[in-house]
Design a protein around this ligand. Structure first.
Ligand code: ADP
Length: 327
C-alpha cells in the first residue's frame, strides 16, 4: 500500500533488492508495524523479485560477451594510483576499476590515509594519466579528516605542477587550474552511524551514481565497524554483508568504478599462536576481488597482496608523510 511504501522509503528501502536479506522481525521493528504486516511486505517483495529475475534471464540469454572482448575491456580499464610507486607496481598499476578491493590492517597502519589519498588521486586529470573522476567517501567511524584531505590535495596539485615544469617548456600555459578546494568539492562525503544506515546508503548509491556518472571510486571506511558493534546474529550478519558486497560489485561493474573497502583486523588462534586476520570471517573473505593486508615490519609499513585472481602475492613498503602516501 502507499503508506507501506512511504514507510519503506523513509527507512531507506528504496528497491526490491534492498529487502532481500532482512528478517520480518527486524523489518517490523524498523517500520514500527506488526510482524505479520512485515511478513506480508516481504512476501510481495519476494514475488516481485521473482518476476524481475525472469526478465533478467531474458537479457542474459540475449548477449554473451567473448573472452577477446573482455580482454580488450580490461586493457582499456584505468587504475587509480596510490602515490606509492612500489605499491602501484605490485597492484599492477594501482587500484583497479570494476573491482572490489579490500584493504585491512591494525589501527594506525594507514587505512584512512590510503582511503583519502585514493579519493584525491582519482581526480588526477586524464592529461596526467589519471581518471579525472570524483569520489564517494562513506565514513562509518568518523575518521575522515578534512584538513588532512586538504593537505594531500595540495601536495597532489604540487606534484602535477612539478611534472608539468619537468615535461613542458610552456609551463605558464600549462599551469594547473585545479585548486585544493576543487578536489574537496569532488569528494561526496557520507557519515554513517548504524549498519541499517550503511545498508540503506549502499542501496541508494545506485540512484546517486546514475546522477553522478563521473564518480570513479567508492571508499567505505570501514566496512566493518557497525557490523562488529551492533550485530548479534552471525549467520544473518554474513548474509547481509554478502548481499552488500554483491551490490557493490554490481555498482563497480555497471559504472566502471573502483570500490575500496577498508577493514579492521582480528586475532585468530592457530597452531598454538595468535595470528592477525581481516575481520568478518571466512565467508566474507570470498566476496572481494582483491585483498590487501597492511602490516608493520619493524618501523616500516608494508602492504601485502593476500588474495587476487590476477596478481601474484607480493609485498611492498610504503610510508605516510606530511604529503600523503609515498614510497
Ligand atoms: P588507520 O585508519 O589504519 O587506523 P590512519 O590512516 O588513521 O590509520 O593512519 C594514522 C597514521 O597516519 C598515524 O599514526 C600517523 O603515523 C600517520 N599520519 C597521519 N597524518 C600524518 C601527517 N600529516 N604526516 C605524517 N604522518 C601522518
Amino acid at each position: 500500500s502507499a503508506s507501506q511504501r512511504g514507510k519503506l522509503i523513509s527507512a531507506g528501502y528504496t528497491s526490491l533488492s534492498s529487502l532481500s536479506s532482512i528478517s520480518s522481525s527486524d523489518l517490523a521493528r524498523e517500520l514500527k508495524v506488526s510482524e505479520s504486516e512485515a511478513m506480508n511486505i516481504l512476501k510481495v517483495a519476494s514475488h516481485s523479485r521473482g518476476s524481475e529475475t525472469s526478465n533478467a534471464s531474458c537479457s542474459i540469454v540475449e548477449g554473451a560477451q567473448s573472452a577477446w572482448d573482455m580482454l580488450h575491456d580490461e586493457e582499456s580499464l584505468m587504475h587509480i594510483t596510490t602515490s606509492s610507486a612500489d605499491l602501484d607496481n605490485i597492484l599492477g598499476g594501482g587500484i583497479h576499476c570494476k573491482e572490489v578491493t579490500e584493504i585491512g590492517g591494525v589501527p594506525g597502519i594507514g587505512k584512512t590515509q590510503l582511503g583519502i589519498q585514493i579519493a584525491v588521486n582519482v581526480q588526477i586529470p586524464n592529461d596526467f594519466g589519471g581518471l579525472g573522476g570524483k569520489a564517494v567517501y562513506i565514513d562509518t567511524e568518523g575518521s575522515f579528516m578534512v584538513e588532512r584531505a586538504f593537505q594531500i590535495a595540495e601536495a597532489c596539485i604540487e606534484d602535477m605542477s612539478e611534472y608539468n615544469r619537468f615535461l613542458r617548456k610552456d609551463f605558464q600555459e600549462c599551469k594547473i587550474k585545479m585548486q585544493p578546494q576543487d578536489i574537496l568539492e569532488n569528494i561526496f562525503y557520507f557519515r554513517i552511524c548504524s549498519y541499517t544506515e550503511q545498508i540503506a546508503l549502499i542501496n541508494y548509491l545506485d540512484k546517486f551514481l546514475s546522477e553522478h556518472k563521473d564518480v570513479k571510486v567508492i571508499v567505505v571506511d570501514s566496512v566493518t565497524f557497525h557490523f562488529r558493534q551492533d550485530f548479534d546474529d552471525m549467520a544473518l550478519r554474513t548474509r547481509v554483508l554478502s548481499g552488500m558486497a554483491l551490490k557493490l560489485m554490481n555498482l563497480a561493474n555497471r559504472f566502471s568504478l573502483a570500490v575500496v573497502l577498508l577493514n579492521q583486523v582480528t586475532t585468530k588462534h592457530k597452531e598454538a599462536s595468535f595470528q592477525l586476520a581481516l575481520a568478518l570471517g571466512d565467508c566474507w573473505s570470498h566476496t572481494c576481488t582483491n585483498r590487501i593486508v597492511l602490516y608493520w615490519n619493524g618501523n616500516e609499513r608494508y602492504a601485502y597482496i593476500d588474495k587476487s585472481p590476477s596478481l601474484r602475492s607480493a609485498s611492498a613498503a610504503y610510508s605516510i608523510t606530511a604529503r600523503g602516501i609515498r614510497n
